[in-house]
Design a protein around this ligand. Sequence first.
Ligand SMILES: [Zn+2]
Length: 343
Amino acid sequence: MFSPLAFTQTLPFLPLAQGDISYEIERRNEPGLIAQLLQEPHTHVILVRNGLLAVPRDAQRSPHTRLATLPGSYVSAAVQALPIAAMYLGAYGKGEQAERVIALNLTGLEGLAQELKESQEAQYSVEAVTMLLRACAQLTWMDLRSFVPHASSREIGQATTALSLANWHDRQHYCPACGAPTVPAHAGWAQRCTNADDGRELFPRVEPAVITAIVDQDDRLLVQHNAAWSNPLLYSVSAGFVEAGENLEHAARREAFEETGIEIGEVKYLGSQPWPFPGSLMMAFKAVAKTTDIHVDNVETVAAEWVTREEYMRALVTGRMEPPVKAAIARVMIEQWLGHTVE
Ligand SMILES: [Zn+2]
């Protein structure tokens, strides 16, 4: 039988996978790298805090959203004085003229300010934290999903990397082996245990998840609404985390069966993108269903149905369903199946 997957291509454009910065990994262990880069005239700094991005205050009214940037020299003293994670994202171009980007993670700044005041730390630390808090108050803090539709691919790349790292730093403060506090290492891409007898390096934890566009033999798409989604009109495709000891194809089959009772046969890889909420990597597949009787689990998934392209478009136009956000790989998967974008 002719497979509905025969003409399926890998996804050519994934919104969170368009970054074009050069990581310059070989520089990450240079002593004093962050301090040095912050003094260079072509370095600029972007800010993240509590999983959000800093954008200029007027940015939301503009059709093109951009990240707020500060000259490196502006925050150099504060970065030296305070225990905040500075992450070297990389360079555009080579040599001294290259534009370099550092992201600062300012989560916990208020707590730090309070601590410093109470402990009567050196005055320059208090001044540094006050300066950063003042800068924060001048900015708008935006979710990556809201940022993506109006931002450049280059800045989306910076934002995705900065949030992926910062979200990990926010969740991990102590060594899992000995319990000692950790500090950022490798220019913010890792952490090091501060216990001199241990000193191990820790690397970001990435949580693999599969997401599967399931079609039947008539090329209808299975769309579903999950209980955890706050928007009752949101319909998307099957997704879930990969279990320990499981491969991606097994995870795709298991999730589909658990959520909707559908058994899937042939599975084809479509592409992947990071999803820093807080630390997932979404790996997309397309699959052909072997069965079509839907039995939702009523725990994770509360509604599911097969739709033709016409039925899906009618559901969107009449407001019965809404598509996933533009940043989501699910949106691109649904648009690939449709054959056109959804506005
Ligand atoms: Zn340790």
